[in-house]
Ligand binder design. Sequence first.
Ligand code: GLY
Ligand code: MN
Length: 439
Amino acid sequence: MRTERAYDYAEHVIRRKNLVEAVKQTHADRTQGVIVLFAGFEPECSRFLQESSFFYYTGICEPGVALIIDLQGSTTLYVPNCGSVRAKWVAAPLELTQKNSAILGVDRVEHLGQQCTGYQIHPFFPRHEYEQIIEALGAVVARGGSMFTLTPDTPHQYIEQRLLLERLKVFIPNLTERLVDISPLVAHMRRIKSAHELEQMYQAIGITALAQEAAAKAIAEGVNECEVQASLEYMMTGSCAHPSFPSIVASGPNSTVLHYTVNNRAMKAGDLVVVDIGAEYEHYCADITRTYPVSGTFTPRQRELYELVLATQEYIAGLAKPGMWLSNKEHPEESLNHLAKKYLADKGYGNYFPHGIGHFLGLDVHDVGDATRPLQTGDVITIEPGIYIPEEGIGIRIEDNYWIIDDGVVCLSEDIPKHPHDIEMLVKESLEAGSDQVN
Ligand code: GLY
Ligand code: MN
């Protein structure tokens, strides 16, 4: 866990200033109002990870918090009023109090409302727990101001924040008409990674490299997929990281199931194993896939297909640069997704690549960002072609993480072996070491 006193909140303060400017420019017709960002809520019995956009603009890792920014840039942090009881349950490296406001880079720290019942708050809160922020937002709405917040019209984004807004609507008349969705602006800002963010992503990728190596070394005939998972996740946990999504260790027929996470099959000689994993370190994610032969050697057919997947990745990485699109059906000749599909279709495998070529990567594994806006310098994307042939029990995916620069890409994960010979050597080394021990 990071030590909050040493943590530098300055970059978050700059992002908020940029957000205020972006909101003012985009919504120049709305001169009255506030930007409101809500933290995520703590699950009862699983790990809390801060909602990514709240983290991006605050650096604060506590649940249930809210930030109001007025259009002059003045900030008020609203924190749950849990009293001293919270400290008995969870560790908070820095108290979110007025005395620490300068460290946090905010102007004021207030309570959300009256004392809450336990040590946590929830989106279906009783009114008194949110009384103060209800009054503050109610006053904005009463004077005809807007509330700029994250309320997209999509099925899957910002779910807790939208539940919370639904609850606030019960207590703040006319709130619905005052809501303005800023999720496209936020997504646009989050796409461009700063030098500090790239450093964090390099760390996550470095840990994932260790995990891939551990996976390769654990692979052998008779070993269960879950044992490979345990070996690779050991490297993440031992590096103060967590899996950024459920680890995929998919062998034999399972390798053709794109998001297979059951991980309970004993691997057989001749199988391929798709290992699609990523470490999340200090909020930033990696997402890297390698495909290994259980016996340490690809069959001629597996190798032919593996080389084709690798060639597809190299072809697409050679085309990726600002101005191209991740996916845009209006411009198929400049859309990496369409170009990858065409490349594989021309080789006879058009029906065997059912997913997209990649996605943005950052605070979320499938990071925010509109894939139909062209790539720009500073984006980080994955390029992850695959071929899946269920009738042959063969699935192959190769995925790396790329930083878009002015004239192309930098592969951030280039040190992780992927050429067929290197992949074979990695698996063989440990198989040979294992057989030496037996003899
Ligand atoms: N690594 C899983 C995915 O990108 O969907
Ligand atoms: Mn991916």
